[in-house]
Design a protein around this ligand. Structure first.
Ligand SMILES: Cc1cc2nc3c(=O)[nH]c(=O)nc-3n(C[C@H](O)[C@H](O)[C@H](O)COP(=O)(O)OP(=O)(O)OC[C@H]3O[C@@H](n4cnc5c(N)ncnc54)[C@H](O)[C@@H]3O)c2cc1C
Length: 369
């Protein structure tokens, strides 16, 4: 009993083991995709005492290259994101309670004002009820010698970043050791849909949940979802002496990673040739870092990834209209850190208890029954 409570509270292990049924391993859920969406599902299933196995080819993961910032405000428009407070209240404690809690870095974001007029906009915005908790009303003078912010800065609170790459690496390692991770591409043609669940080679389950990010375009049951890849590029730079203790946000984010390294990014592009990072974007990111930092630095790494975005800018969760044994979570866009735990809770509730999914997040808005 005590173990069950501890497990539910801390998500210690995958308590419910699969059963052997002849040649087959019977699980509660098969999960395809192990980015933030897939990872949050595994954590939620552990809490619920459900057994699962994950399939991931680890080729095109947006989550493992994400900067990992959580910030509930759209600074360009000074509006709170959809469900800001709900996401903050649910998802951030979810990371904090988790075994990977050391990868959650709470730190303020300092917005560099481009103009004096932006200071006034900030003051107005910080008085809005939806933003009051996040935007500190006072304009800060620049206290750091190597940061260029002649128009001052505004401080955001309740923000920070999650080391998503390390989180997924650690979680992948544990699941592999426990035998719950299959590091291969999921072959859709081998899935057999049965009345009481699904069968995939030697695995059987009552449910399969697809969490493939932009890879959903190859999924024969969910490819019609309007998930649009948005390419993002980033740099890691080594800049000795900068000693930033918070995130800087100008035209790009500058995030202190430790050991004098900083993540700079990211770019956004709906139109692109391939997934490779480009010299042009590298030059732009370098120029943006120089715009805010007056110290010399060197580029340590440069990479790119594809965000799974949706036309109406909201995530998608739900069951397939014809095959309720098949579910999907996708469209986490540029806010995967905040959305992943919250969506996992909603979807697991939907799958096992037929719980309500709000219309604006429901898959039925694109795939009606
Ligand atoms: C440069 C960049 C910076 C970002 N910065 C932030 C940020 O600061 N904060 C934030 O919240 N979000 C950020 N994001 C967005 C965030 O990364 C995404 O919202 C989130 O990671 C999406 O998670 P996901 O699990 O849905 O998809 P993914 O992370 O892409 O995971 C999908 C997984 O499915 C697997 N897969 C697909 N098809 C198959 C198949 N057939 N068989 C097996 N496996 C399969 C892939 O290998 C992949 O591992 C950023 C994104 C980019 C690109």
């Amino acid at each position: 009993m005590l173990f069950a409570i501890l497990n539910k509270t801390f998500g210690l292990i995958n308590e419910s083991k699969p059963t052997n049924v002849g040649f087959f391993m019977q699980h509660d859920v098969l999960i395809v995709g192990f980015g933030l969406a897939g990872w949050a599902l595994t954590e939620m299933l552990k809490q619920e005492g459900k057994s699962f196995v994950v399939f991931d080819s680890q080729k095109e993961s947006s989550s493992s290259v994400a900067t990992g910032i959580y910030n509930p405000v759209v600074l360009k428009r000074f509006t709170a994101i959809n469900r800001a407070q709900e996401l903050m209240d649910y998802s951030i404690p979810f990371y904090a309670r988790n075994v990977h809690a050391n990868l959650l870095h709470n730190m303020p974001i300092h917005r560099v004002f481009a103009t004096a007029a932006e200071q006034n906009k900030w003051a107005e915005a910080s008085d809005k009820p939806a933003l009051r908790a996040y935007l500190h009303d006072a304009v800060l003078a620049n206290a750091l010698p190597y940061i260029k912010a002649p128009n001052g800065l505004g401080e955001m609170q309740q923000t920070g970043w999650v080391n998503t790459m390390q989180l997924l690496t650690n979680a992948h390692q544990r699941l592999t050791q426990d035998g719950f991770f299959v590091s291969e591409n999921f072959d859709y043609a081998s899935l057999v849909i049965k009345d009481d669940g699904v069968q995939y080679r030697e695995w059987r389950a009552t449910q399969i949940i697809f969490a493939e990010g932009v890879g959903v375009k190859h999924n024969p049951w969910f490819s019609e979802l309007p998930v649009i890849p948005n390419k993002g590029e980033w740099l890691v730079v080594l800049c000795k002496g900068l000693q930033l203790k918070h995130i800087i946000k100008g035209s790009v984010f500058i995030v202190p990673l430790g050991n004098d390294t900083y993540r700079v990014g990211a770019t956004y592009a709906r139109v692109f040739e391939d997934l490779n990072p480009t010299a042009q974007n590298k030059a732009w990111l370098v120029s943006q870092f120089k715009k805010y930092v007056s110290l010399p630095f060197e580029v340590v790494s440069h990479g790119a990834g594809l965000r799974p975005t949706v036309t109406d800018r909201k995530p998608i969760i739900g069951k397939h209209p014809q095959y309720p044994q098949l579910s999907c979570v996708n469209g986490l866009g540029s806010r995967g850190v905040l959305w992943a735990p919250f969506l996992a809770k909603l979807l697991i509730g939907r799958v096992f208890d037929d719980a309500f999914v709000p219309n604006d997040l429901c898959l039925s808005r694109f795939m009606p029954s």
